[in-house]
Design a protein around this ligand. Structure first.
Ligand SMILES: [Zn+2]
Length: 212
């Protein structure tokens, strides 16, 4: 069993790693993870993730209230994902440059170009535009949450969710890496794609891995 403090430390480690990689910039983005008692840990509003300390992470109780600190303003998005996906234990929201450029352009990352990305990430759709920091944002992402683990937020950024905060962080890194590679192969004029029969096999394997 992971204690509250250990989970706070894990969130800090992931936040700092993503900050170092340029995936979290300035005070952008937010991270959260579920506690075994039904509470939630979430990064505070307006904080630079590269300077995050465990004690600054906000603890929300089962009823959603915080006794200290101001939780991220995008809490409604996190709450909706946890409600719809009982298998999800952690969420990372960020504005990494390549993935966000795809979100701005309204281009989903759904071309089968990398076998391991199909396994780890699956197809990444673009949610309809919504005002950040509002219930509206949660509503725009909701239709896509059941069948995806990563979603691009139109004119905004991306959100990834997984069984642990480490996995959610890795998924965000993979998403940005895939967007970067997709951008380069488009610049090269490549239209090479993994054959449909192989994509079907990879998607079957992904489905089996997700149901475990
Ligand atoms: Zn955001």
């Amino acid at each position: 069993m992971v204690t509250e403090y250990q989970l706070k430390q894990a969130i800090v480690r992931v936040a700092r790693r993503l900050d170092t990689k340029g995936i979290l910039t300035s005070t952008d983005g937010n991270l959260s993870a579920l506690l075994d008692d039904g509470g939630t840990l979430i990064t505070p509003s307006g904080c630079c993730k590269g300077e995050l300390e465990p004690d600054r992470i906000v603890r929300l109780y089962r009823d959603g209230s915080a006794r200290a600190g101001k939780p991220s303003s995008e809490i409604a998005l996190h709450r909706m994902i946890y409600e719809r996906r009982p298998d999800v234990r952690a969420i990372v929201h960020a504005h990494p440059p390549f993935a966000t450029a795809y979100a701005v352009a309204g281009v989903p990352l759904d071309q089968p170009i990398l076998s391991e990305a199909i396994l780890a990430l699956g197809r990444v759709p673009v949610a309809q535009y919504a005002m950040p920091t509002a219930e509206e944002l949660a509503k725009s992402v909701e239709p896509l949450v059941d069948h995806h683990d990563a979603v691009l937020l139109r004119f905004h950024g991306a959100v990834c969710f997984a069984k642990s905060i480490e996995q959610a962080g890795y998924l965000m890194e993979t998403l940005e890496h895939v967007a970067h590679i997709d951008f380069i192969r488009r610049a090269m004029g490549s239209n090479e794609l993994i054959p449909a029969s192989e994509v079907a096999r990879l998607e079957q394997l992904r489905a089996a891995m997700r149901s475990r």
